[in-house]
Write a protein that binds this ligand. Structure first.
Ligand code: ZN
Length: 175
């Protein structure tokens, strides 16, 4: 159900292609040491799948671009109590496709991230990279919240995140 996807990135951008679907956290091996896996009961009830939209286009300067949008919940390890911390993953990033790294330096003033053109781009590996770049370095529960993860806490937390994901995100990032 989560087959790996490959695209020809330049062709994808030139033809305004789009790919949508879901990916399981378990499919991104480089993320595993950042994540906490709860018991099977948890995974069954609240699947830690991330929905994605990958879009190719040419920007206003006619440069080939990819846009990655990821949305879902994952569990990081709280650096204070070492228990799971539910983290709302909401990520949008735009990447310029370049043929070599010299070309990318021209774009530095625009602060656009670049990736090399790849005729066999591993889409999930790209998502993994983007997630790694965007996860907080030392995530912590808000003060006073550290406690063993129980099913009740998890449900409560997901509820809170669903009501206001951006408030939860800023709490986590700036603590
Ligand atoms: Zn904690």
């Amino acid at each position: 159900m989560f087959e790996r996807q490959f695209i020809d990135s330049l062709d994808f951008a030139n033809n305004n292609r789009e790919l949508r679907g879901e990916i399981a956290m378990a499919q991104m091996p480089r993320l595993q040491d950042k994540l906490v896996v709860l018991d099977a009961g948890f995974e069954h009830d609240h699947k830690e799948d991330i929905s994605y939209i990958l879009r190719g286009f040419r920007d206003r300067n006619d440069k080939p671009m990819l846009e990655v949008k990821l949305d879902g919940l994952c569990q990081l390890r709280c650096q204070r109590c070492l228990q799971g911390l539910i983290y709302p993953l909401k990520l949008v990033s735009q990447l310029l496709l370049v043929k070599n790294w010299d070309e990318s330096s021209v774009e530095v003033e625009d602060e656009i991230d670049s990736i090399l053109v790849d005729s066999h781009l591993d889409v999930f590996s790209l998502f993994e990279e983007e997630i790694l770049l965007n996860l907080p370095f030392a995530p912590r529960h808000p003060v006073g919240v550290c406690r063993p993860v129980k099913e009740g806490y998890v449900v409560e937390e997901i509820d809170r995140i669903n009501k206001n994901p951006f408030a939860v995100l800023s709490e986590l990032k700036y603590k």
